[in-house]
Design a protein around this ligand. Structure first.
Ligand SMILES: NC(=O)C1=CN([C@@H]2O[C@H](COP(=O)(O)OP(=O)(O)OC[C@H]3O[C@@H](n4cnc5c(N)ncnc54)[C@H](O)[C@@H]3O)[C@@H](O)[C@H]2O)C=CC1
Ligand SMILES: O=C(O)[C@@H]1CCC=N1
Length: 264
């Protein structure tokens, strides 16, 4: 039995992935705060939706998917009801395995995960790290859960905040880029729908080339950049506006924010 505590955007994305991967609805219990949300999840997936204490009692794997700010109170609520040996998987940004272990007591096995919303299309990037009491078998259990919905990588926990900034938040940067490019199309007089189609197909094509060709991104960009042509005219403007420096600063800020989240 798997329990997902705090089934919001990320929890539901994981839930839908587990169902697509073949887990049966009666093997999953979800928890939420609002009754309307509980009803929507029951209707959409056929899963049991109950309270946190009830959900953890019968679960071998417990996925914590509340916001970092809600984690301390959730852990206090479930601590008295845990069955020894249950694996705790936390997907919250910034929450360390030590934070969870200290609040649950005992030798609880904890695996920290940072995934991302492309879990909805089975293209997640999930990075995982073991806590003090999580064994190889626990890491393998987390991998088995996550690999049907995307790529899984083991990383040292010291890199989790950086991974959160890069791949956890990563999809948002690409959506932001798409928005900006579509606006540029509008500025040039293109209809919005056509601009969105052009940009979306370009980003999908570029992403697949990057993943499947094994080429370095610099080589791929150079192949688009004709001498004295259009692309270099655009790149010159991006450089003038220090877009690369802005990305370095932005992702560093996301990493710093992830570090702060455990303290509320
Ligand atoms: N949205 C994203 O792209 C990603 C989010 N995350 C992490 O996933 C976690 C959730 O984020 P979102 O899904 O975006 O937030 P969200 O606000 O959509 O989901 C959190 C859910 O938990 C519920 N909740 C809060 N306290 C609860 C409690 N005591 N018992 C039961 N339910 C409770 C809330 O009502 C809400 O539905 C965060 O820790 C975040 O860092 C990780 C990777 C990516
Ligand atoms: O913005 C956030 O805090 C979460 C964590 C990674 C992606 N979304």
């Amino acid at each position: 039995m798997i329990a997902i505590l705090g089934t919001g955007k990320m929890g539901e994305a994981l839930l839908s992935g587990l169902v697509r991967a073949g887990l049966r609805p009666h093997e999953i219990t979800a928890t939420v705060r609002r009754p309307e949300r509980a009803e929507a999840l029951r209707e959409r997936y056929g899963v049991r939706v109950t309270d946190n204490a009830e959900a953890v009692k019968s679960a071998e794997t417990i996925i914590l998917a509340v916001k970092p700010q809600d984690m301390a109170s959730l852990l206090a609520e479930i601590a008295p009801h845990l069955t020894a040996g249950s694996l705790i998987i936390s997907v919250a940004a910034g929450i360390t395995t030590g934070f969870v272990e200290a609040r649950l007591g005992g030798e609880v096995p904890v695996v920290r995960v940072m995934s991302n919303t492309p879990v909805l299309v089975d293209e997640a990037m999930s990075v995982i790290s073991a806590g003090e009491h999580a064994s190889e078998a626990h890491l393998k259990r987390a991998e088995d859960l996550l690999s049907p919905v995307g790529k899984v990588l083991r990383i040292p926990e010291s890199q989790q905040d950086a991974a959160t900034a890069l791949s956890g938040s990563g999809p948002a940067y690409f959506f932001y880029l798409v928005e900006a490019m579509v606006d540029a199309g509008i500025l040039l007089g293109m209809p919005r729908a056509a601009a969105l189609d052009m940009v979306t197909q370009s980003i999908v094509g570029a992403a697949i080339m990057l993943r499947d060709s094994g080429e370095h991104p610099v080589i791929l960009r150079e192949a688009v950049t004709s001498p004295g042509g259009t692309t270099i005219a655009a790149i010159a403007e991006l450089e003038r506006h220090k877009v690369r420096a802005a990305f370095l600063d932005a992702i560093e800020a996301a990493r710093d924010r992830s570090r702060q989240l455990a303290s509320g």
